[in-house]
Write a protein that binds this ligand. Structure first.
Ligand code: PRT
Ligand code: MG
Length: 213
């Protein structure tokens, strides 16, 4: 049995049709199901529906052989036990540094609100700037307006949420999309089955339906 850990929410919403095109149709829609382990139309493949941040943990420990989660999550959790063979090209967005509209450039020790603490630390360290990082778990966009931070590092898609809170993008930190990850030991021990699954998903990403080749 091969187990695929799938990030629920936005990513599973886009990944489910992609998996179906790869011939791995989920027996139930994760959005409407309470089951956390879902069988698929492909013999010997099942899907675990998890919080995005937990996907690398399950795959790294071998509780799942493969996983699908956002590059933002992987940047925060750089696991040594993982391969990242495919960019799935879905759930695209950008991780950005955003400031209040019309704000002065941040000073020498900017206060940055984010849930991406490690990625933000590396980003500022790369510029030689020592930032004070304030960890939040959501609603980062409100932090500058209430004086909690000078700027934020957060995901942006259309930019509507930033604009609604009086913020603008100052710089891109990283381009984000969902990635397929693989447990390194599984890649070795079950090489044939794992690489066949990676190739199958890769063909669906390239726009080829399963069974058409
Ligand atoms: O609970 P939490 O929100 O942390 O995560 P979740 O489990 O609810 O997951 P979910 O469904 O929110 O998906 C999160 C994953 O989707 C991220 O890890 C990214 O890889 C990916 N993704 C792609 C996004 C966005 N696009 C996105 N736009 N995640 C979040 N957003 C947020 C953005 O930060 C903003 O607040 O959506 C809001 C709307 O964006 P705008 O710019 O279109 O207004
Ligand atoms: Mg969310």
């Amino acid at each position: 049995m091969l187990t695929v850990a799938l990030s629920k929410g936005r990513i599973s919403h886009e990944a489910t049709p992609l998996l179906a095109r790869a011939g791995i149709a989920l027996d139930e829609d994760p959005a409407g199901s309470r089951r956390l382990c879902i069988p698929t139309s492909l013999d010997g493949v099942r899907v675990l529906v998890l919080r995005a941040q937990d996907v690398p943990t399950f795959v790294e420990h071998g509780a799942a052989d493969l996983g699908i989660t956002g590059k933002d999550v992987l940047l925060e959790h750089p696991g040594a036990g993982l391969y990242e063979p495919l960019d799935l090209g879905i759930a695209r967005c950008r991780l950005v540094l955003a400031v209040r509209t019309g704000a002065e450039p941040p000073g020498s020790r900017p206060r940055v609100a984010t849930k991406y603490v490690e990625t933000t630390r590396r980003f500022f360290a790369g510029k030689g700037v020592q930032a004070e990082i304030i960890r939040l778990y959501g609603s980062m966009e409100i932090a500058p307006a209430v004086g909690l931070a000078d700027c934020i590092v957060d995901l942006v898609d259309t930019g509507a949420t930033l604009a609604a809170n009086g913020l603008v993008v100052r710089e891109e930190v990283a381009a984000i999309s969902a990635r397929l990850i693989v447990n390194k030991a599984a890649m070795k021990l079950s090489h044939g089955r794992v690489s066949a699954l990676v190739e199958r998903i890769g063909r669906a990403v390239a726009g080829e339906d399963a069974g058409c080749s």
